[in-house]
Design a protein around this ligand. Structure first.
Ligand SMILES: [Zn+2]
Length: 355
C-alpha cells in the first residue's frame, strides 16, 4: 500500500451507507474445505519402518499404482529386500501422510488425486503432501502419520501437533488442463505434482478493480506492506469512495490469506504497473519484519502464482522497485518486511531463500 496521500487530505469522518453493488457473473469459488484435522502426529513408511509389517499394504494404493507416472515418485524404485508390502516401499523422503478417512466424505478415488496442505502450527511451516493410507489407530491418540521427510521439513517430531487441510480447489488442481496437455505432447510427467493454491481464508471483494485488457499476460508479482492493521486494510480496500486502492491478496501476521480481487482483474496497488501484475499486501508496520507464518504463506502463494501464470522468479518486485511504477516521489513500501534494507536486492534475496 502506502500510495502517498496529498498532505492535509483527510478521510471522511463517517462511513457512507454502502451502495448496492452490481453482482458480477464471473465468480471465483471460495475454497471449500473438504477435510481438516489438527492434533498429534507420528511418522510412518519406508524400508526402516519396522512398525509396519513386511507385507503391509496401503489403503489408497495398489502395486499397479507404482508404475503409474502420477504416483511412482512416492515409491522406491525397487522393493526393499525382505519386504513385499507397499508400506515399506514408500520413499520416506517424499511428502505423504495417513489420516483416519471417512470414505463417505472423502472417497478413495478422490483422495488418490488430492493434495493436502500440511502445516506445523507452532512454526508456520507448511508443505503439500499426498494421502496414501488410512491410520493411525485411534488408540494412539494421534490424528495423522506423516512421512519422515515431511515431518522433518516441517520441524515436527512424534506427538507434536500438525494441521492438515484438503480443499476442493487444491484437490482438483492436481490434474490441471496444462498437465493433461503436457502428457498429450509427450512431455515427461514423472515430476512432482502441481502445486495447489494455498488456502484462502476468505474472499472479500474490493470494488477497486478493473478487467485486464484482453490478451494481457500476468508477468509480475508486486509485494507490499500495509503499514496498517488487517482490519483497516480490508476496510480501506472495500471502500469505493476513498483512495480506491486494493490488492489481489492480503496476508495477515498469522499467515491467513485473504483474496480481494480476482487474478484475472487488475487491482489498484502499484500505479503504472497494475496492468500485468498481481499485488500481495502483507500486514505490518513500517518497522516490522514478516512473521514466520506470514513468510511461509507468502512464499506458498508466490510459488503457486509463478507456476500458475508462468512468471519468471526474477519478476517479483517490492512496490517501490516495480518497473513502470510511476507515483511521483515513490513510496516507502514494502518497508523492512523482507529485510533490513529498503531495496530490490533485499526482495530478491528473500525470494531466493524462501520461494
Ligand atoms: Zn505498497
Amino acid at each position: 500500500m502506502a500510495q502517498k496521500r496529498k498532505p492535509g487530505k483527510k478521510r471522511p469522518a463517517a462511513k457512507r451507507p454502502q451502495r448496492k453493488k452490481t453482482v458480477k457473473k464471473k465468480i471465483q469459488p471460495v475454497e471449500e474445505i473438504l477435510f481438516r484435522v489438527e492434533g498429534k502426529m507420528s511418522t510412518f513408511g519406508g524400508p526402516k519402518d519396522t512398525g509396519m509389517s513386511a507385507d503391509e499394504g496401503l489403503a489408497l494404493f495398489t502395486s499397479a499404482d507404482v508404475k503409474n507416472p502420477k504416483y511412482s515418485y512416492l515409491f522406491l524404485p525397487a522393493q526393499p529386500p525382505g519386504t513385499t508390502g507397499l508400506g515399506r516401499r514408500l520413499n520416506p523422503d517424499k511428502y505423504y501422510f495417513a489420516c483416519r478417512w471417512n470414505y463417505n466424505d472423502t472417497p478413495k478415488e478422490f483422495l488418490k488425486r488430492a493434495l493436502a496442505r500440511v502445516e506445523n502450527p507452532s512454526n508456520g511451516r507448511a508443505a503439500d503432501a499426498r494421502p496414501v493410507d488410512w491410520g493411525p489407530n485411534i488408540s494412539t491418540g494421534r490424528v495423522a502419520d506423516l512421512s519422515p521427510g515431511l515431518a522433518a521439513a516441517l520441524g515436527l517430531q512424534t506427538d507434536d501437533v500438525v494441521r492438515i487441510t484438503i480443499s476442493a480447489l487444491r484437490a482438483t488442481l492436481v490434474k490441471t488442463a496444462k498437465r493433461a496437455k503436457a502428457v498429450k505432447q509427450g512431455v515427461p510427467v514423472n515430476r512432482p505434482a502441481s502445486l495447489g493454491k494455498p488456502v484462502i481464508k476468505q474472499l472479500i471483494r474490493s470494488p477497486n478493480c478493473s478487467s485486464r485488457q484482453v490478451g494481457t499476460k500476468i508477468d509480475k508479482i508486486v509485494l507490499h506492506c500495509t503499514e496498517g492493521s488487517l482490519a483497516s486494510t480490508l476496510a480501506e480496500f472495500q471502500r469505493s469512495d476513498g483512495r480506491k486502492v486494493s490488492a489481489h491478496y492480503v496476508i495477515d501476521r498469522n499467515g491467513d490469506i485473504y483474496q480481494m480481487v480476482n487474478d484475472a482483474d487488475c487491482a489498484n496497488h502499484c500505479r503504472g504497473a497494475n496492468a500485468a501484475s498481481i499485488g500481495i499486501e502483507h500486514v505490518g508496520s513500517e518497522t516490522d519484519s514478516l512473521t514466520a507464518p506470514q513468510a511461509a504463506a507468502s512464499a506458498a502463494l508466490i510459488r503457486w502464482l509463478l507456476q500458475e501464470y508462468q512468471i519468471p522468479p526474477t519478476n517479483i518486485f517490492g512496490h517501490n522497485f516495480t518497473p513502470g511504477y510511476n507515483l511521483p516521489g515513490g513510496t516507502s513500501c514494502p518497508d523492512k518486511l523482507f529485510g533490513p534494507v529498503h531495496s530490490q536486492a533485499t526482495i530478491a534475496a528473500w525470494v531466493a531463500a524462501n520461494v
